[in-house]
Write a protein that binds this ligand. Structure first.
Ligand SMILES: *Cc1c(COP(=O)(O)O)cnc(C)c1O
Length: 282
């Protein structure tokens, strides 16, 4: 296994991925669509095309992107898209969801070594899925039926909004949040608009901010933000989720809370510059 690492806030350049694929024969290429720790968005379409060009299976970790960022799995030639129920799909945690291409299924069928994980082994699940498609009863393990019902409801809501509208809403939320952060004079961890995720943002703290006190002040306004995640930069930035059912009012409340908390923690800025950006985009 070879790992290509990007500089913090950026993606691995496509040329480097291609160079690596050229250097020897690989079976698969796996990548994270939205990196939750830095709010960086990978170019899934181009990576899918590279996978096709070099005949490598592609696997997209879409836990922080599915139902928020646009993914055209078949058009882009991505073999496996996997996600979980609890992020942009908006269902309580507990379901692992994936869609596999015919190519991925065939590769799995030709597999000679056993899968090391019992519950995650497709050999156990495929007969159940096939029986389900044929409306026949079959059993491997009791599914989390309450979550499956919640998922059905959420998928109905997602389709009611329409995928294009939903992706557009996320793009606007991302753009508005980044513009608001910049209007307050803060920088973002992501290097530029092109590599910035639309499901969350990662602003850098101003110098000398008491980060714990800032997050607590935001929390007291009824808004929950996440701290930094990357070990080496943990205390230099925070994260704002804006995925799923997030609307204009949520964004206004969030930016308003950030503005107050910054001010109360000694950062001087003109109140209202951030919220104005949200209003501009919505
Ligand atoms: C949240 C997240 C995960 C972890 O999901 P769990 O269900 O907590 O295991 C993995 N990958 C990405 C990209 C995520 O955003």
């Amino acid at each position: 296994m070879d790992i290509l690492e990007a500089e913090v806030g950026n993606i691995v350049p496509l040329e480097l991925i291609e160079q690596q694929l050229k250097s020897k024969s690989y079976k698969l290429l796996t990548f994270t669509h939205v990196d939750t720790s830095t709010a960086v968005l990978n170019d899934a379409k181009s990576i899918g095309a590279l996978g096709k060009k070099y005949n490598v299976l592609t696997i997209l970790d879409g836990v922080c992107s599915v139902a928020g960022e646009e993914i055209k799995q078949e058009d882009w030639g991505i073999d496996v898209v996997l996600t979980a129920s609890q992020k942009a799909i908006g269902v309580p945690p507990g379901l692992a969801l994936l869609v596999a291409s015919k190519n991925a299924m065939q590769t799995f069928e030709q597999r000679t070594s056993p899968v090391a994980n019992y519950y995650g082994d497709w050999t156990n699940w495929l007969p159940i899925m096939k029986a389900y498609e044929n409306r026949q009863a079959s059993y491997f393990g009791t599914p989390a039926v309450n979550l499956v019902i919640a998922l059905e409801k959420s998928l109905q809501l997602i389709l009611k909004e329409g995928l294009d509208s939903r992706f557009d809403r996320h793009r606007r939320a991302g753009k508005a949040m980044r513009a608001a952060i910049k209007a307050l004079g803060l920088d973002l961890l992501s290097k530029n608009e092109q590599v910035s995720a639309n499901t969350l943002s990662a602003p850098l703290y101003p110098n000398l901010m008491d980060t714990a006190s800032f997050l607590k002040a935001v929390n007291q306004e009824g808004v929950i933000l996440a701290g930094g995640l990357l070990p080496q930069l943990k205390n230099s930035y925070f994260r704002i989720g804006h995925m799923g059912s997030v609307n204009k009012n949520d964004l206004l409340a969030t930016v308003g809370a950030i503005e107050s908390a910054l001010k109360n923690n000694g950062y001087s800025h003109e109140l209202g510059l951030g919220t104005a950006q949200i209003l501009k985009h919505f």
